[in-house]
Ligand binder design. Structure first.
Ligand code: ADE
Length: 411
């Protein structure tokens, strides 16, 4: 059983899959082993991740490892219908289409859970939330889960703090080979790729305001600078603000930055970062985009309610809101995470690392069962991903001598 928009799109989807499959060598190394060893034989894996080509390669890998797999998307706008159709043809149960309504989005998650999963892969905690709410009856067979993103871990850690988390969850996001690359270089590149694709505007000389200087915000700020923008960072954390200053960025409160920005990108993981008081100060033509997981960072509701008119933009992902000040403010992708709702997500080489960590973390959960709670990725797994990537790049390391080992051990 699958629910995809149009099975006839599969051919285009297969071409996207072929392109990224050839560029995900760490996952390919796992696939070769999985074909022999079938480490996930007998497992049922429920996945809620942005359903684009790299995610399909993860689903394919888990299937190759012997699991039965059901997939939906972790955002109503991030499904690529051609990829969904191709994945369904490969024998994965797919429940997703781009532009799902809130009800459809919820129903798709329930259909994935009907698999009665033994393992769960989340990007944003959607399956975990339902398994600890309306689908609690399924908990006894769940052996564990893995979470892809910062926001999902916030939600899952809240469950753990309340003493309610019923199974172990591996915090894939926190692995070094994940957040140092995916959050920083992945978000940095894919966010600007999506913004530039839909606006066709120049960044050189423009003022870019980046809200949040976590790993994602740093990547967005760095890449904007690389494209010649003058970058302003807003922060609430004094240490991060100091880092932004020493990295050479101007740091301002959003109220002051609002006047200056040509482009605004939110990456805070929090709500109400850009609100009515900021819209009031923005100049005509300002571009608003969100790179955080949920569509709560720009107050889209206030923007819609306060606008005197809406104006269609140059693509379907660009909508102008004429504000009472006379300025037209252009919102991208309805304030949803712009790199996936209006782009293709992170580059293949980056998702190769993140998804290799996902698969290895599921294997770990089976090999070394853990108690309920949030657990780090096994450092040996993180290291394996790092070493495998270096091998692919043909980069060799120095080795510690025995004297150096002793010195580091304090002897
Ligand atoms: N592709 C699949 N999942 C993704 C994610 N979480 N971020 C960016 N690109 C992705």
């Amino acid at each position: 059983m699958t629910t995809v928009r149009n099975p006839a799109l599969a051919e285009a989807g297969h071409r996207k899959l072929a392109w990224v499959r050839a560029r995900m060598p760490v996952v390919a190394a796992l696939r070769r082993r999985y074909a022999q060893e079938r480490p996930l034989a007998g497992q049922r894996v429920a996945m809620s991740l942005h359903l684009e080509a790299k995610t399909a390669i993860l689903a394919e890998l888990l299937r190759e490892g012997g699991a039965e797999v059901a997939v939906t998307s972790s955002n109503p706008l991030s499904t690529q219908d051609d990829v969904a159709a191709a994945l369904a043809e490969l024998g994965v149960a797919v429940y997703a289409w781009r532009g799902a309504t809130a009800d459809e989005y919820d129903a798709f998650h329930h259909q994935v859970l009907d698999l009665e999963p033994t393992l769960v892969v989340d990007d944003g905690g959607e399956l975990t939330a339902r398994l600890h709410g309306p689908r609690q009856s399924l908990l006894p067979t769940v052996r564990g889960g893995a979470e892809e993103t910062t926001t999902g871990l916030h939600r899952i850690r809240a469950l753990a703090r309340a003493g309610r988390l019923a199974y172990p969850v591996v915090a894939v996001n926190d692995a070094r080979m994940k957040h140092l690359f995916d959050n920083r270089y992945g978000t940095g590149q894919s966010t600007w790729e999506a913004i530039m694709r839909h606006t066709n505007l120049v960044l050189a000389g423009a003022v870019v305001v980046v809200a949040g200087y976590g790993w994602c915000g740093r990547g967005v700020a760095q890449r904007a600078r690389g494209l010649g923008a003058r970058v302003v960072v807003t922060e609430v954390d004094p240490v991060r603000a100091n880092e932004a200053v020493m990295d050479g960025f101007e740091v301002l409160p959003m109220l002051e930055a609002a006047v200056r920005g040509d482009f605004f990108v939110t990456a805070t993981g929090n709500r109400d970062v850009i609100t009515r008081q900021h819209f009031d100060r923005m100049h005509d033509g300002a571009i608003l985009a969100n790179a955080g997981h949920f569509d709560v960072e720009v107050d889209v509701r206030a923007l819609k309610a306060g606008a005197v008119a809406t104006v269609p933009g140059r693509t379907e992902a660009v909508v102008g809101y004429r504000w009472p000040t006379g300025a037209t403010l252009w919102l991208l992708a309805e304030g949803r995470l712009v790199n996936l709702a209006a782009g293709d997500g992170h580059p293949a080489e980056i998702m190769d690392l993140s998804f290799a960590l996902q698969a290895r973390s599921l294997e770990s959960l089976l090999q070394h069962p853990l108690p309920p709670g949030v657990h780090p990725v096994d450092p040996a797994v993180d290291r394996w991903v790092a070493e495998t990537r270096l091998e692919v790049l043909g980069i060799r390391l120095d080795q510690l001598s025995p004297d150096q080992e002793r010195y580091l051990a304090g002897n």
